[in-house]
Design a protein around this ligand. Structure first.
Ligand code: HEM
Length: 483
């Protein structure tokens, strides 16, 4: 069935889409061939800057359903009733690779979730790991530089990776996690998700709770070994993206059971770990995971560029009843994402179909800019106004938190059991003998590529401080590989 004539961007019919117009037979091409010029010019502008991190990813729409009453903890409307459903869009990703990188690599996976709630979009921009490499946003650009391509060699370099990690002992926990079995998920469907940071929930009465989100895969955890991943990355670079799309096409909708750890605000100051330190978990024995929802992905995007490449997620997108914590990493992220979106997609990125609110509308006085679509028509563009314009609600989305002391470049406060190694050691000791062996093999394989002995020693020493046996075995494995 034909859709009618092919046209130019201006809608005029195209006579010939095979031959450009020339001066005579075999002569040079004419500038009056506007179709040719338009096609070449449009093609040159098809790409936008890729995400500076998490460039490689895949997304899908779905539904979040509330399964337990959390109204004692948060007044967020989309969480107000058991059975309530909210549309979502989730983008999975890897961190370090460029847009065309292979999926099956050892790297954290992004787990960026947008809830289209009736009070605006709530974005939870998490990972498949409960912790992170660093605990202060000021270190993030340096950290990412070591994960990306070296300015001279143009490749990722083990020297840079291990130089930074070994000089940043707080990374030991996350690195132990990353080089363990879960460091290469078999697919996006077979891994858990985490909000990772601590966030604030506040209820109708204004009480504050600190929370951590958990998304447990109902497909079961499945991972790839390093050897399996090396093979798959070469044979099918798009393995994760294809797996997700095809599962949804088959009607096998992946689901996650959603839970939350809840800490009453009063516990935070005296908790044995700094509850706002992203390199630490809250042991479940201290704060059990309470199930409260089900997440299902059930619809593929129709256009990857429009809906995945141009999708934007920001940790600063909160709704009433949910807010930030004083986690220094999170505070940095509250700035970084909106700034990235304005650069990468443009000032009207929030208004693209995948990004705009679906269950309410955005009512701002911001206007114009590149590619403004005129959606506000003739409405007044200032506030206060007496023409019935939108007005403030006089209730903050989140509750204020107490602060003390003087301004300064303060490290985050250290609590009774805080140090950079205790939880890395606990993770190691939890592993079975086989898991430990694979962890040591993976780490040794990477560390043995480092060119400088002092970096190797410093790297091993961090794991030795986490657990004596861990350090000893790693040292032996690295020595065996380096000869
Ligand atoms: C201070 C530390 C961090 C900074 C400055 C930072 C910055 C960024 C930036 C600029 C982007 C690209 C955004 C875009 O172009 O749309 C991004 C993407 C992303 N980041 Fe971070 N990031 C940080 C830490 C984290 C942490 C701790 C997590 C997880 C817990 C995380 C998860 C993600 C995810 C999932 C994406 C991809 C979002 C998408 O799918 O569009 N980041 N980050």
């Amino acid at each position: 069935m034909t859709q009618g004539p092919l046209t130019t961007e201006a809608g005029a019919p195209v006579a010939d889409n095979q031959n450009s117009e020339t001066a005579g037979i075999g002569g040079p091409v004419l500038v009056q061939d506007q179709l040719l010029l338009e096609k070449l010019a449009h093609f040159n502008r098809e790409r936008i800057p890729e995400r500076v991190v998490h460039a490689r990813g895949a997304g899908a729409y779905g539904t979040f359903t509330v399964t337990a009453d959390v109204t004692p903890y948060t007044r967020a409307k989309f969480l107000s009733e058991i059975g309530k459903e909210t549309e979502v869009f989730l983008r999975f990703s890897t961190v370090a690779g460029n847009l065309g990188a292979a999926d099956a690599v050892r790297d954290p996976r992004g787990f960026a979730l947008k809830f289209y709630t009736e009070e605006g979009n709530y974005d939870l921009v998490g990972n498949n790991t409960p912790v992170f490499f660093i605990k202060d946003a000021i270190k993030f650009p340096d950290f990412i530089h070591t994960q990306k391509r070296d300015p001279y060699t143009g490749s990722q370099e083990a020297d840079n990776v291990w130089d930074f990690w070994s000089l940043s002992p707080e990374s030991t926990h996350q690195v132990t996690w990353l080089f363990g079995d879960r460091g290469i998920p078999a697919s996006y469907r077979h891994m858990d998700g985490f909000g990772s940071h601590t966030y604030q929930w506040n209820n109708e009465a204004g009480e504050v709770f600190w929370v951590k989100y958990h998304f447990k895969t109902d497909q079961g955890i499945k991972n790839l070994t390093q050897a399996e991943a090396n093979k798959l990355a070469g044979e099918d670079p798009d393995s994760h993206q294809r797996d997700l799309r095809q599962a949804i096409e088959r009607g096998e909708y992946p689901t996650w059971t959603v839970g939350v750890q809840i800490m009453p605000a009063a516990d935070a100051a005296t908790y044995r770990f700094n509850p706002f330190d992203l390199t630490k978990v809250w042991p479940h024995a201290d704060y059990p995971v309470i199930e409260f929802g089900k997440l299902e992905l059930n619809r593929n995007p129709e256009n990857i560029f429009a809906e995945v490449e141009q999708s934007i997620f920001s940790p600063a997108h909160f709704v009433p009843g949910i807010g930030p914590s004083p986690d220094k990493m999170l505070q940095g992220r509250l700035f970084a994402y909106g700034d990235a979106h304005r650069y990468r997609v443009g000032i009207n990125a929030d208004h693209l179909p995948v990004n705009r609110p679906h269950a309410t509308e955005a009512r701002t006085n911001s206007r114009d800019g590149y590619l403004y679509d005129g959606r506000h028509k003739g409405a007044k563009n200032y506030e206060p106004n007496s023409f019935g314009g939108p007005h403030q609600i006089d209730r903050p989305l989140w509750q204020p938190v107490p602060v003390t002391g003087v301004t300064g470049d303060h490290p985050a406060p250290v609590h009774a059991e805080d140090n950079d190694f205790v939880q890395a050691g606990n993770l190691y000791r939890l592993m079975t003998e086989e898991e430990k062996s694979r962890l040591i093999e993976n780490l040794a394989g990477s560390i043995s590529q480092v060119s400088r002995e002092d970096i190797v020693d410093r790297a091993i020493n961090n794991f030795r401080q986490a657990d004596g046996d861990f350090g000893k075995r790693l040292e032996a494995a690295v020595q065996a590989l380096r000869g």
